[in-house]
Ligand binder design. Sequence first.
Ligand SMILES: [Mn+2]
Length: 418
Amino acid sequence: VRFRVVHAADLHLDSPLVGLSRYEGAPVAEVRGATRRALENLVSLCLEEDAKLLLLAGDLYDGDWRDYATGLFFAAQMARLRECGTRVVWIRGNHDAQSKITRHLSLGEHCHELSAKKPETFQLEELGVAVHGQGFFTPAVQDDLSASYPEPVRGALNIGLLHTALSGRPGHAPYAPCDVRSLSARGYDYWALGHVHQREVVAEDPFIVFPGNLQGRHVRETGAKGATLIHVDDGRIARLEARALDVVRFDQLRVDVSSAEGQDDVARAVKEAVRAGLAMAEGRLYAVRVHVFGATRAHSEIVRDMERARAQIQGSINEIQGADVWLEDVRFQTESALDRRELAARQDVLGELLRSLDGVESDEALVEDVARELKELFRHLPLELRTSDLDLDPDDASQVRALLASVKRQLLPRLLGL
Ligand SMILES: [Mn+2]
């Protein structure tokens, strides 16, 4: 007997996109609706592949629903699955922990939530599948939930549903910690994990898989996003397939403009880079952040009026025909084409200043001082600004060092009035 199972996680349905409308031309509605469109695509995948089972490994919701619209949308999508007999087994993660979600809607009988209070097993006898798991009751689960997962069911295809960062994954809170060795020793055939937004097949015997999130939510979640399609043959997993289901695809491009003579050249270089990069979006909305760098003659023109430089780049991207591109942001990291070493050797104030700036990023005491000042400054900022995706974390020394380096790049042309 052959059938298919779809494994997804981290839907973050209706996740708010902070700071989205900051930029002129941002496709607000398209991006705001992206998590919903991706969920529709997930359900369509189940229908097209005639999947018998859909596994959702937590963080279906981004947080408590603002109203019932989010829950109603989810329920309507699940209802599409009832008609063709796809069963759904799901758990809660840190974002939709039981203590956090105050509103509820019942889904159909074909949907089953594994308890957040204790580990349990749900058997689909007609498929010969046993799904084991436990959801998050509170958001910050510090215990290894997997340690008390039930014994595998003899003769069944055993699947463990778990929201975890394993023994740690960069950028993800280390909830429900556990390790690959103990999961492997449990005797299950497949660990359907959630929480880590980057797709990863951690192991193949048994399978331990993060499908990644369904839709990138910001520019730090780049590349294809979707679900894992599991082919089951005679009670065994025959193979896996990654299926892209996202509707907006994020990317970051680094564009070297060292040969640019002026802003026109910079805009042209970015346009060509974007034109080449947008193939990765495979026809979807291409949401790209561009990092412009290099020691260039255009540097002084850029730092004198960054708003204009940005607008000029946007203008040149608008000229790309037949493509759906959203320039999420442009970050300038250009440097003056002036010969720094020669200037730094001068025996005057300028030379002295440049020499004192050398190695400013590696001056730990200065980095700490600046971090402290920044924290003080942030305390006075309105809450809204502080919680937005202000891309500067004073607690992260590497970010403070990058800030100091950017000051160094900008100071010289300004001083010289170039
Ligand atoms: Mn999570």
